[in-house]
Design a protein around this ligand. Sequence first.
Ligand SMILES: Nc1ncnc2c1ncn2[C@@H]1O[C@H](COP(=O)(O)OP(=O)(O)OP(=O)(O)O)[C@@H](O)[C@H]1O
Ligand SMILES: [Mg+2]
Length: 382
Amino acid sequence: MSEVESTTLTNTAATSAQGERAALMRLDHVTVEFPGRDGKAPFHAVDDVSLTISKGDIYGIIGFSGAGKSTLVRTMNVLQRVTSGSVTFNGKEISSLSESELKPVRRKIAMIFQHFNLMPSRTVLDNVTLPLVHERISKADAKAKALRLLDLVGIADKANVYPRQLSGGQQQRVAIARALIGDPEILLCDEATSALDPRTTRSILTLLKDLNARLGLTIVLITHQMQVVKDICTRIAVVDHGRLVDDGGILDVFAHPTSELTREFIYTSGNINKGLELVRTHDLFAAERDAGNVYLLSSVGQGAEETLMADVHRRYGVTGNIIFGNVDVIHDTPFGMILVSLEGTPDAVRGALEYFATVGVEATPLADVHVNETQAEGEDDE
Ligand SMILES: Nc1ncnc2c1ncn2[C@@H]1O[C@H](COP(=O)(O)OP(=O)(O)OP(=O)(O)O)[C@@H](O)[C@H]1O
Ligand SMILES: [Mg+2]
């Protein structure tokens, strides 16, 4: 079996395993409308979104600022009421429940935020036990449970200090312990690592992944950074102006992005911007640029670009010069992006491009490759 065939099979297997897992949270045609400001027409912060989050998913929601990510996720614990559509949790429609009916439901749907939202005047231990204040549980039991959770998130020794005495990463760990105290089934994370430096971000992502594996905790993770998605998410939804423009298993979306925005996020996260800048501006590449034969090739599951180049040379007499390359590993599968100039007759190059499509390699002409500069900068200075 060729490498390509085996990849396709693996992806299909992953997809059907996903299909068999029980749906935990389902949004059906959810729309959230806000009144327009300054006499403007009302607008849809969330626009007809349908999605399913299964038990055990780490579900990434990515989009630019103002895309509607927070509003979308707030419909999942009904902090935000939907204008139309419905939200179903564990098979039960929750979007039209009253505030008192929502109380027990919300215990199972926990949330953490970018700025941790801890009570500064209370100790770490008291912050963690706070959600249990009105529950039928003794103080001693609540304390014991909080201490177990603080141990689980790696800060057992901080129980008696105040939030201001902790680093950002430690404060987020307290927030996670507090979120877990009601034994939630799902944890909603709204930009939970955006205020943290890169190393702390990785440690918090590792903790979330660990909680997912150990407790079977389902996680929804809002981010504007594709790197976060690549690090831990099993599924991804891309949001643009309130609409879902792509969603699915992470490798499927990387292999077959359907929207420009998704492509942009993928290219940017592969540092392709650096190679693009070189090809587009440097004299060294003037000939390739002018010939109009520079392409970005991207593929899931194929490690060896050299083999691919050797193939098109043998089959079509096309020489592929690799200008820039990047390989990521997403869930143990290589994801490669290379910028190549293809040299050969127009017919031969066309043949090579058709061949790429048959082996699951996406080829995009240089002129159609767009990266987002602000996101690229954001990821650089992480
Ligand atoms: N309560 C509200 N009333 C009116 N408009 C709102 C309200 N909440 C959000 N919006 C608007 O809805 C749009 C989506 O906002 P939202 O906060 O969901 O975006 P986001 O993707 O989370 O952005 P960010 O990445 O900056 O957090 C924005 O234009 C925002 O100004
Ligand atoms: Mg937001």
